[in-house]
Design a binder for this molecule. Structure first.
Ligand SMILES: [Zn+2]
Length: 177
């Protein structure tokens, strides 16, 4: 069955869906943070990182000298950042980030979507690598994992555990998970 929308219209429609979906998953994670009394996070903080060459999907923030060599600077705004612990948390929608369990290609424009979603996955990997190089722990929470808040909290807590002094752990009470 052909797509009922033109490519342009489809992009607009999906952009709206994306915006809404992102917001919902972020709000769901915020509710989990509140429930488990997890504090110390900020939303959408801009992080910059050096990359060797321009790659598709990376927003260019200009060129700069990073680490002695001329590189491009990539930017990312993780959904949540625990600055003190250097933990970046992303909530990845199952469709947009190609979760193996739930991501199905739309019926129309399959080639377009295959390329689009592969680009998202490639960017996720690049961002993970770049942030880890800078000493960040990167936690990716799948949309479908939000149904199991305890599991999500354990994931984030273990990232904090690996990066921080033990006193930080008091932020995420043990007994509640
Ligand atoms: Zn999923």
């Amino acid at each position: 069955m052909p797509d009922i929308f033109t490519k342009q219209k489809r992009s607009e429609v999906m952009a709206k869906i994306r915006g809404r979906g992102n917001k919902e998953t972020e709000l769901a994670l915020m509710a989990i943070f509140r429930r488990y009394k997890i504090t110390g996070w900020r939303r959408h903080r801009l992080l910059k990182f050096g990359i060797r060459s321009a790659k598709r999907g990376i927003k260019k923030a200009g060129k700069g000298k990073v680490g002695g060599g001329l590189r491009r600077v990539g930017t990312v705004r993780p959904d949540f950042v625990f600055a003190a612990e250097r933990v970046a948390v992303f909530v990845d929608g199952c469709f947009w980030h190609a979760c193996k369990k739930h991501s199905n290609l739309p019926v129309g424009n399959r080639a377009f979507w295959r390329k689009k979603l592969a680009g998202n996955v490639a960017r996720d990997r690049l961002v993970n690598r770049a942030l880890r190089k800078l000493g960040w722990r990167v936690v990716r929470v799948w949309e479908h994992e939000l149904r199991e808040p305890g599991k999500v909290v354990r994931k984030i807590r273990s990232a904090e555990f690996l990066t921080t002094d033990s006193h930080r752990l008091t932020r995420i009470p043990e007994g509640n998970v």
